[in-house]
Design a protein around this ligand. Sequence first.
Ligand code: PFF
Length: 456
Amino acid sequence: MAKDTTFSSKFGLIAATVGSAVGLGNVWRFPSLAQENGGGAFLLVYICCIFILGIPVMLAEFSLGRAGRSDSVGSFKNLTPGNKWWIAGCFGLVASYLILAFYMVVAGWTIEYLWQSISGGLFEGFNSASSQNTFFADKMKSLILSGSEPIFWTFAMIALNLVILLKGVKKGIEKISNILMPLLFVILLIFCAVSLSLPNASEGLKFFLTPDFDKINSQVIVAALGQAFFSLSLGMGILVTYSSYFPKTTKMVRTSVTVTFLDFLVSVLMGIIIFPAVISFGISGSENMAGMTLVFVTLPEIFAQMGGSQWWSALFFLLLGVAAITSTISIAEVSIAFVHDRFRISRKKACFIVLLPLFLFSTLCSVSLTGVEWLQIANLPLFDALDKFTANMVLPASALLICLYVGWVLPKNFLKDELTNYETLRSPITPVILFLIKFVCPALIAIIFLANFIKI
Ligand code: PFF
């Protein structure tokens, strides 16, 4: 079914797409990976990944979605009716729904922490004079790793998604992104100013921004590639779905560069916030930076030592909640567009069909994350394994299929026509992008993917 829904403004289109890209991946995953993989060295490899792989794969997805004018499966069907390439779209569709169930749980925790900050519960009983080494680790255990409370907040997050998505693409997704994205950047800048004014801030910046070339190895490359895919929302059908709402006049190359740059900027700003802060407060050990410990234990520890702890903490978890919600709506939209387009049911019904089962699936995910005793706080083995499997394997595999399809299966001029809006735009870098999508991306993804697979 060809769609006539489009984003209503350029700003809205960029805000929604950046909203999808900027998420927990920037705020929590990026600084942890940077710490684990050599700071500046990781940053350098990451920049190479987004230029060589991120922008071209994003453009392949944009072209597929805008020309196919349907959901992540239907776009394949519209462009090449009769062949089986639509199965590649199912890959992203299924993966996105599984990811959504987990992502929603963590997104729920962010609003639980926001509420706990505002109500003061997070800092209740904290006494800076005595030894409080495990205070916030214990808090995290009681707030999000046990009991029914995390499930309640996950439900609240699902309900919030439902309210936004029921309003549709323009009045729901676009409108909320128009409000929340500028808010996110304002909060980020406030935290940057605070962090840079801390004593010893320059030491943290030095670690984050100076590349140590000896640290670059295959593990760093796989991690940077996975992060680029995760952060830019690639390989999930998200960008195919969103670009089916792009008007025919959208300048695709410019849009992809803007989205990638803004997403990168948020990650870098997060680094500029986190590294000076952890070094200044003397809690920069890798155990403090790992995974969710960084966000739910280390940062509250820092806020507790600042004047107005409660409000700094609330502002930070508001930032995290905003980042999470604009991403969850984009992941959910993949399945909603699919159900709406494929089964020709109303968008409202599609929203319920997609989101209601999440109350059950996310509960199962929440229980699997929180109810199992051997899941340690700083190091959740199941969660980490799933996270790495998704980012380092599922997303690259899906993106590889899209590059092959767009570069080799569709007619020779397809990409060129899409990137130049049928030769109405002059884009000198189009031949480079075509070369990257056809040859470089598939080869590089396949090599890195195999290297990772063999290691596993
Ligand atoms: N790009 C978003 C983030 O970095 O959090 C949302 C997201 C999309 C997460 C796709 C995971 C994913 F596989």
